[in-house]
Design a protein around this ligand. Structure first.
Ligand code: SAM
Length: 180
């Protein structure tokens, strides 16, 4: 995931982290967009929002250009006024947290659709799917089906999966928004 984002996201861009969790991805994005860019991060768990805020503060990066929204990512449409260069969704549960709180197809798909609506030409929507946990298989299939139906004239959608690992292996889907 990181190489693709490094190639596309530049200083000054606006990006979304749809599942901030422990803040690793948010910190990575914050370094790419710099202080002239902006980030909207989402998570339904206060614990995740706090962990992300702390990680950014410890790195000396937290500021007004980063907004952490303690709500579901299916509110992207309401909470993010800007067009975006990228959105990342790392699905599943919070590592080290309550494993029964997982992302759910019913909110994941609207969230991805809203991110797609906001995506600028030459931007990308990246989704990391984990079919190995209960519920994750249905969600992963839903994400793959939804993204494979994006119009070919406007999007290229690719799936990346490690094959030589235990099954069912996690996979990443990237939807690349073509130039107008
Ligand atoms: N990107 C994170 C990182 O770098 O540490 C890891 C994310 S973790 C795999 C998945 C996160 O999704 C959990 O923190 C969980 O609380 C969050 N989540 C679950 N349902 C959500 C929803 N509807 N909206 C936003 N976040 C959600």
């Amino acid at each position: 995931m990181q190489g693709i984002l490094e190639n596309l996201v530049q200083e000054g861009d606006c990006v979304i982290d749809g599942t901030v969790g422990n803040g690793h991805d948010t910190l990575f994005l914050a370094k790419l967009v710099g202080h002239t860019g902006s980030i909207h991060g989402f998570d339904i768990q206060a614990e995740a929002i706090a962990a992300t805020q702390k990680r950014l503060e410890d790195a000396g990066i937290m500021g007004d250009h980063i907004q952490l929204h303690h709500c579901s990512h299916d509110q992207i449409g309401e909470k993010v006024p800007e067009k975006i260069k990228a959105a990342v969704f790392n699905l599943g549960f919070l590592p080290g947290g309550d494993k029964s709180i997982i992302t759910m197809t019913d909110s994941t798909l609207p969230a991805i659709a809203q991110a797609c609506e906001k995506c600028l030409p030459n931007g990308v929507i990246s989704i990391m799917c984990y079919p190995g946990h209960a519920g994750g298989d249905k969600e992963a299939l839903g994400v793959e089906t939804f993204l494979s139906r994006l119009p070919h004239a406007r999007w290229r959608v690719a799936k990346y999966q490690i094959l030589n690992t235990s099954s069912p292996a996690p996979f990443q889907i990237c939807a690349f928004r073509l130039d107008d």
